[in-house]
Design a protein around this ligand. Structure first.
Ligand code: ZN
Length: 258
């Protein structure tokens, strides 16, 4: 079974389309999404429709939660983007009431935690599934946090939220894809947490869209393949710059991958 893992799309349609086209060439059996379909970016409605159509399921990220309920712990730019995003979903209420209702229902049904064939899947961390970050530096700086996070995992776990791809092992250690040669073999003896990175807003100083595939033959934990793809960053940045409610900085950061 080959499962494509996408996360943190952030309403970046150009990046999502590029990733989905690449996935279509990798003979995967299904696509799952770890949340943050919307927030920050210019195409929230289109991205929700595409995830609803192409993904087997998606998790609820803090930005999906912020648009659906209320933005909490957001900086000013993120909060304003959340209110603008909500208005985009409201916009179609009179012109396309069925589509508008379907989108709200889709967002409302997103789950916070899914157990998927031996993988615990959360947007943030197993302790605080929507909002807590598991940063690469936690592996060296926060041994208690790492211990508490790994205590909640039976074997393997998938997370998003930081927008930084890589693998945490329970030594604890963190390995970016570059150090792994872009492929990592999971083992039944070792706990591991996999972050596929972000489709629409990478923050590891590499602006290319990021995702991962887990290739798991039956009865084996399998291996993780990391992918980076160039996409038309400028088209997304130009859309953000043209929307007054989206801070210019949300566009400019895409060029830098931060
Ligand atoms: Zn995110």
């Amino acid at each position: 079974m080959r499962t494509a893992i996408i996360s943190d799309i952030h309403a970046n349609l150009a990046a999502l389309q590029t990733v989905l086209a690449h996935i279509d060439e990798q003979s995967v059996d299904r696509i799952i999404c770890l949340g943050d379909i919307v927030g920050y970016g210019p195409d929230p409605v289109e991205c929700v429709d595409l995830v609803a159509k192409r993904c087997e399921w998606s998790l609820m990220g803090n930005h999906d939660f912020g648009v659906l309920y209320e933005p909490t712990n957001f900086n000013a730019a993120a909060e304003q983007a959340a209110y603008w995003t909500r208005a985009q979903f409201e916009r179609d209420r009179t012109s396309q009431p069925d589509a508008a209702m379907r989108r709200w229902e889709f967002l409302g049904r997103l789950r916070v935690r899914v157990n998927h064939e031996g993988f615990l899947c959360v947007h943030g961390t197993p302790r605080r599934p929507i909002n807590e970050y598991l940063f690469p530096e936690d592996a060296t700086n926060s041994p208690v946090k790492m211990q508490q996070v790994f205590d909640r995992i039976e074997r393997h776990c998938l997370v998003g939220h930081t927008h930084v791809p890589g693998i945490f092992t329970d030594e604890p250690d963190f390995y970016p894809p570059d150090e792994l040669g872009a492929v990592y073999t999971l083992s039944v003896e070792e706990k591991a947490i996999v972050n596929p990175g972000s489709v629409g807003q990478p923050r590891d100083l590499d602006p290319r869209a990021s995702y991962a595939i887990i290739d798991a033959p039956s009865e084996e934990p399998g291996r993780v393949e990391f992918y980076r793809l160039e996409y038309d960053v400028k088209s997304t940045v130009d859309k953000i710059l043209a929307i007054p409610q989206l801070s210019d900085w949300l566009g400019e950061r895409l060029y830098e991958g931060r």
